[in-house]
Design a protein around this ligand. Structure first.
Ligand SMILES: NC(=O)c1ccc[n+]([C@@H]2O[C@H](COP(=O)([O-])OP(=O)(O)OC[C@H]3O[C@@H](n4cnc5c(N)ncnc54)[C@H](O)[C@@H]3O)[C@@H](O)[C@H]2O)c1
Ligand SMILES: C[N+](C)(C)CC=O
Length: 490
């Protein structure tokens, strides 16, 4: 593997201070694919110091934005150049198919390009001042030192949504990827070094959440924490971030409804329902795991889904015919199994799946069969809790109003879909659905220009789009009196 398997702190590639390491496991066969340093709070403290110094004393924040944009554009170019290597690393680390990973790399390069273009287009504005003889302007400045914490399911994609806007706006940062999937983030820090990101501006610490992540969240030298991961972790981070009233951006979980009306193009609905859930074995925050289906087509739809699911090809992400890879880890596989057991106890009907595959070739990996539960109701845990696995729960509805009520019956509000041939009805539903993204006759698409984030407990703030830049800036009003005169009040 042509990778520096080290942390990157203040422009140097370093081992963990403690000397500890962690093996990175391929979820397809449990082989060790790399051994990386296991940093802890002392490594995080050093990285925060470097980022603080680079922000307070370095040139990055004051460099012309157009020049920062040029550096970020180079990162995008290098990701395109190294697309295949990065895609293979991502699949090795996560188990997703290489085809999916290639798509991720294209999205990631697109994110760096998008923010490189926006770098010099955030120049503030003049305000019509009511104060005589004054000039009033609003400017946007970097927030400062950013702590960035990412999950294992889309390791580099989620990192890119944080790195690109933070860099173009002149912040410095310390990133902590998920401890179990650090490889593509490591490679990207090599690319950032090659692109000319100055020492101390971007730092990478590897290690666990309760050590490195905890230090980033609580340190008073970190000005902003941007986190993508589960709700429970998000709540802990929010508490720690109160130490110095850090700015917060939280991209959390989802339990996303996919509402299917009877007037839909049936084949489209089947295809999109499957894609919406089983991509990356359901390990997607926006997976459409709650199918909410109009009663009159419920049985036909379920039968069609079950037939298609039985034909899925599970296997290595490196085989061309694989449609679904393994889950990320033994621990996560157990969590998914417990979730299914709970569904059975709660009285849902298991229509297909519900166990590990018996195929001898899959026994070394963390595989779970695609699973569909019917007879589900909103009072069941399996309808309310995020499984983050290849599982669909199916609920029925009779009226449009009931469909929207069911869709909104959740603590989550990340994303949802509506499938119907009646666009007026779809727009009515979209307007009432309390989610950060609603897709109509489409599912699970995202791109750099459109904001991404959650309502309710699915998060705070937005990534991507112009709002993704705003997360990384403070806004300042400057008023200048051009003809000052004494007030003569006192
Ligand atoms: N909204 C989105 O855009 C989005 C995108 C991807 C994933 N997710 C969510 O992420 C979750 C799955 O990812 P996960 O299992 O890696 O989540 P997680 O919350 O367990 O971990 C995410 C990151 O937080 C770190 N962490 C853990 N405990 C911490 C602590 N106490 N302090 C600071 N950091 C800590 C982890 O080491 C990891 O880097 C799902 O809920 C999924 O929906 C959301
Ligand atoms: C945000 N997204 C859809 C790329 C990944 C969620 O897990």
């Amino acid at each position: 593997m042509n990778l520096k398997l080290k942390q990157y702190i203040n422009g140097k590639w370093v081992d963990a201070k403690s000397g500890q390491t962690r093996d990175i496991i391929n979820p397809y066969n449990q082989e060790v694919v790399a051994t990386v340093p296991e940093g802890d709070d002392s490594d995080a403290k050093e990285a925060i110091r470097a980022a603080r110094e680079a922000f307070d004393q370095g040139d990055w924040a004051s460099m012309p934005a157009i020049e920062r944009g040029q550096i970020v554009r180079k990162i995008a170019d290098f990701i395109e150049r190294d697309r295949e290597e990065l895609a293979r690393l991502e699949s090795l680390d996560t188990g997703k198919t290489v085809e999916e990973s290639r798509g991720d790399m294209d999205d990631i390069a697109g994110v760096f390009h998008y923010y490189a273009e926006l770098a010099d287009k955030n120049g503030g504005e003049m305000i019509e001042s009511p104060i005589p003889n004054s000039i009033s302007k609003v400017v946007h400045e970097p927030v400062g030192v950013c702590g960035q914490i990412t999950p294992w399911n889309y390791p580099l994609l989620q990192a890119s949504w944080k790195l690109a806007p933070a860099l173009v706006t002149g912040n410095t940062l310390v990133m902590k990827p998920s401890e179990i999937t650090p490889l593509t983030t490591l490679k990207t820090f090599e690319l950032m070094e090659e692109a000319g990101v100055p020492f101390g501006v971007a730092n990478l610490v590897l290690g666990a959440g309760h050590t490195v992540g905890n230090e980033l969240s609580s340190s008073v030298d970190v000005d902003l924490i941007s986190f993508t991961g589960g709700i429970a972790t998000g709540k802990k981070i929010m508490q720690k971030a109160s130490s110095n009233m850090k700015n917060l951006a939280l991209e959390l979980g989802g339990k996303n409804p996919n509402v299917i009306f009877a007037d839909v193009d049936f084949e489209l609905a089947v295809d999109q329902a499957l894609n919406g859930v089983f991509f990356h074995a359901g390990q997607i925050c926006s997976a459409g795991t709650r199918l909410i289906v109009e009663e009159s087509i419920h049985d036909d739809l379920v039968n069609a889904l079950v037939e298609r699911v039985k034909q899925f090809k599970l296997g290595s992400g490196f085989d061309d015919d694989t449609q679904m890879g393994p889950l990320i880890s033994a621990e996560h596989l157990e969590k998914v199994e417990k979730y299914v057991e709970r569904g059975i106890v709660e009285g849902a009907t298991l229509a297909v799946g519900g166990k590990r595959p018996e195929d001898p070739e899959l026994q070394d990996g963390f595989f779970y069969l695609p699973t569909i539960f019917t007879d589900c109701t909103t009072d069941m845990d399996i309808v309310q809790d995020e499984a983050f696995g290849p599982i669909i729960t199916v609920e029925k509805f009779k009226s449009e109003e009931e469909a929207v009520t069911l869709a909104n019956d959740s603590i989550y509000g990340l994303a949802g879909g509506v499938f119907t041939s009646d666009i007026t009805k779809a727009e009515r539903c979209a307007a009432k659905m309390r989610m950060g993204t609603v897709w109509i006759n489409e599912f699970n698409v995202y791109f750099p220009h459109a904001p991404w984030g959650g309502y309710k407990q699915s998060g705070i703030g937005r990534e991507l789009g112009k709002l993704g830049i705003e997360e990384y800036t403070e806004t300042k009003h400057i008023l200048q009196n051009v003809k000052p005169e004494p007030l003569n009040w006192f």
